[in-house]
Design a protein around this ligand. Sequence first.
Ligand SMILES: Nc1ncnc2c1ncn2[C@@H]1O[C@H](COP(=O)(O)OP(=O)(O)O)[C@@H](O)[C@H]1O
Ligand SMILES: [Mg+2]
Length: 226
Amino acid sequence: MIRLQNIQRRYISDSVETTALADIDLDVEAGEFLAIMGPSGCGKSTLLNTLGTVDRPTSGHYWFAGQDLARRDEAALARFRAETLGFVFQSFNLIDELTIQENIELGLTYRKDAPGDRRERVAAAMDRVGVSHRARHFPHQLSGGQQQRAAIARAIIGEPKLILADEPTGNLDSENGAQVMDILTSLNAEGATIVMVTHSPAHADMARRRIDMLDGRIVSSVARAI
Ligand SMILES: Nc1ncnc2c1ncn2[C@@H]1O[C@H](COP(=O)(O)OP(=O)(O)O)[C@@H](O)[C@H]1O
Ligand SMILES: [Mg+2]
């Protein structure tokens, strides 16, 4: 599904050049669950954002289902993201002024569903992640675990082919982290492709493959025997 070829990403600020990604070659098969590990600053988020097309490589190719996204304009990439991707972040990124239900419905913004269908889909998504009883609450009224589960509902309600999660359990205690991992594992079992950055070796072990990064490079790739 995905092929990154010789991806480089350099940042230049105040005439200091930082190489965030160097010589990245990575294939991700449809249906994979890939974990990315490595020390802080090694380029994990840059790699994930590159996969999400919210960060553009300085050079290299990004093939998704046979198309080179590195050559697409911003409008085409915005459409690609809306139709294909679901993002989950460490800090949940829910909108404070919207209820949980409204936040989740945002995941359907660029979809052409009838309003009735939308309500049903929002209800089903809330049910799936166990936040139905908090539908009309605002994010600050929920625990971190509930907020992250709502954020996952927002990410998956449009049935994305690829879920990109950047330290999704990083702000959660172990019990809430385990609940989030259960949801991600079952989404993967149902066919979603998942790429997840994590600092937790236990959570990385729940993925089918793990890559380790150092200084902008992939230094190892290990598939789990299933
Ligand atoms: N917008 C930016 N401007 C300049 N440097 C950046 C920017 N974003 C990230 N970097 C640098 O790129 C490197 C990789 O960052 P990042 O991908 O966030 O690492 P990680 O997620 O593994 O902690 C770091 O050295 C970081 O300081
Ligand atoms: Mg990061």
